[in-house]
Design a protein around this ligand. Sequence first.
Ligand SMILES: Cc1cc2nc3c(=O)[nH]c(=O)nc-3n(C[C@H](O)[C@H](O)[C@H](O)COP(=O)(O)OP(=O)(O)OC[C@H]3O[C@@H](n4cnc5c(N)ncnc54)[C@H](O)[C@@H]3O)c2cc1C
Ligand code: FES
Length: 361
Amino acid sequence: MGSNVTESVQLRVVDIIEETSDAKSFVFEASSALVYKPGQFLTIEVPSDSEAGGTARCYSLSSAPHESDLLKITVKRVRDGYGSNWMCDNVKVGHTLKALPPSGLFTTRQASSDLLLFAGGSGITPVLSIAKSALATGTGDVVLFYANRNDASVIFASELSELAAKHPDRFVTIHWLESVQGIPTVTQLKNVVRHFSSYDAYVCGPAPFMAAALTALDQLGLPRERKHHERFVSLEGNPFEIEAVTTEHDLSETAKEGSASTTSPSAVPSFRVSGKIGDVSFDHDDWPADQVLLDFLLNKKLAAPFSCRAGECSSCMYQVVEGSVKMLKNDVLDDEDLNDGLRLACQSLPETEAIEISYEF
Ligand SMILES: Cc1cc2nc3c(=O)[nH]c(=O)nc-3n(C[C@H](O)[C@H](O)[C@H](O)COP(=O)(O)OP(=O)(O)OC[C@H]3O[C@@H](n4cnc5c(N)ncnc54)[C@H](O)[C@@H]3O)c2cc1C
Ligand code: FES
């Protein structure tokens, strides 16, 4: 195995904003210019003396790319949570944090689309970035359904009011307070947003809120390609310590243990890649059966996207067009995703002799 580590960036904290009693925003200056799309996240290293708390956490950017070169994340304390409380208690202006570059697929595809956004609690973070960006650079309408426990827990209340004042014909926030109206049900969500079922939908928040919103969207008939969601989970592994691109990742034992394939562990005879990382065909001796796809592509100098390298974030998602792969681990793709041929490159081993994949998102 090689000894490289995943390429990281340094973030210097230049400001800290108390958003609510349990949420803080951290404003960073990056050591090198970082390009990102609204809705993407940073993976931040969280120091730890023990394994218990893990040592990396993802935080969505609440800033929008058009605003400035500064990056902003917003962290809400989770009761008994390791990373969120470490960030809120220990990080001060002038400190430097280590991070992986922005990543993620929870981003808008077309600047002109009308958007129906659902945010619950800290799920507002990527959603605010998407809303600000769409209003500044797009032409569509933006409707935000924003659920919170109570008045005091509403993050970005004044920023949202300012946006509404600036774009009165294009932007509306529908606030929902659980202290007043209870937890929103599928029927209530449907009733509130039913006039916007032709919009592109983006959903982020606690698991039950997301489940209700996605069910409401299903029942309103939104097709799959117009529904997007981001799950906030904690990484189990530490991508900063994972061996980066090498030519010989020894996954052969793991692959043999869990594989249902009858294919012997030899190279894939025919392998084709298309989409935003390039259109390339490889020969039979290229993708070794014991090397995960992400490592293979990076070794070939293709800019395949990734973040956690542990099957937990979906940054490395691609689509299998022909043939099949075996995934070692998958914590993020659901049955619908898998049926659509979506897979995680950091966990994929070749399973058939001919494979064609696409990076079309
Ligand atoms: C793409 C992405 C974007 C995100 N963006 C944001 C964001 O913008 N803002 C934000 O605030 N968060 C965001 N998150 C969530 C964030 O990464 C963390 O998951 C969150 O801060 C909680 O981490 P923690 O370390 O504080 O909690 P953890 O220590 O991971 O604990 C989480 C919960 O699990 C419980 N728990 C922990 N260990 C155990 C155990 N062994 N047994 C039983 N229970 C246990 C804890 O009590 C706690 O309730 C995002 C996540 C992802 C994947
Ligand atoms: S890089 Fe996170 S799931 Fe593959």
